[in-house]
Write a protein that binds this ligand. Structure first.
Ligand code: ZN
Length: 232
């Protein structure tokens, strides 16, 4: 059939409504055109359902052909952490590898689910905004995991998946610079939600997600005002 979805879709973007996934979406749209990009958002019982609203608005803003919101209600029955449970404070215990916000297996599950839909749509690329540079110690943000997951998914579904991770080796400051080059700096600053306390834009300023985001933005903005850097 002409115009079949299986011919048209090129990439599925895992879209959380945060800064990283917003920039991923912009990159996928720039490469393939909005009509060939799909976005998928997971509602897994995270504290802030508001994320879904931001994801929807971003999908609309970029005009992607499809946006699916998938509920993973079972998550909270399997594991406890600060993102799923208001009763657990957001913190990192002394000596702990990750803060209490780690959601075990989240990226493996999200990528697998995105892959199932991608194959259905005929898309091979899956975009995810993970980074091993400025990360919080989450094991499923590292390149080794992504490589293994891609192989697992290829074997599981016999489909040539390519997991695209534009920020894997970028600092947050470099990511802000990229947003600026793409012409979406203000959009990402104002219309995304990264904060663990559910406050959009610059957020609460105190949680680990805000600290990372805001420190990166300050570093990027101060690099703009440094005259030496500009003439380099
Ligand atoms: Zn915050």
């Amino acid at each position: 059939m002409k115009g079949d979805a299986k011919e048209r879709c090129k990439a599925v973007v895992v879209l959380s409504g945060g800064q990283d996934s917003a920039i991923c979406l912009a990159l996928a749209v720039r490469k393939h055109g909005a009509g060939r990009v799909a976005a998928i958002t997971f509602n897994y019982g995270q504290r802030h359902a508001l994320e879904t609203k931001y994801a929807k608005a971003l999908a609309r803003h970029f005009g992607v052909a499809r946006h699916k919101i998938v509920r993973l209600d079972f998550y909270r029955h399997l594991t406890r952490n600060a993102l799923l449970d208001d009763g657990i404070p957001i913190a990192r215990a002394a000596g702990a590898p990750c803060p209490t916000t780690v959601v075990e297996g989240r990226n493996a599950l999200f990528l697998l689910a995105a892959g199932i839909w991608a194959k259905e749509l005929g898309a091979k690329e899956i975009y995810t905004g993970v980074s091993q540079t400025d990360y919080s110690g989450y094991p499923d943000c590292r390149a080794g995991f992504i490589k293994a997951q891609q192989r697992t998914m290829r074997l599981a579904m016999e489909w040539p998946f390519k997991i695209v991770t534009p920020f894997m080796n970028m600092t947050k400051a470099e990511e802000w610079a990229l947003a600026d080059r793409l012409g979406i700096l203000e959009l990402v600053k104002e219309q995304t939600l990264t904060c663990y306390n559910g406050i959009p834009g610059a957020g609460c300023g105190n949680c680990p997600a805000c600290k990372l985001r805001n420190a990166g933005l300050r570093a990027y903005e101060s690099s703009l005002s440094a005259p030496m850097a500009r003439t380099m």
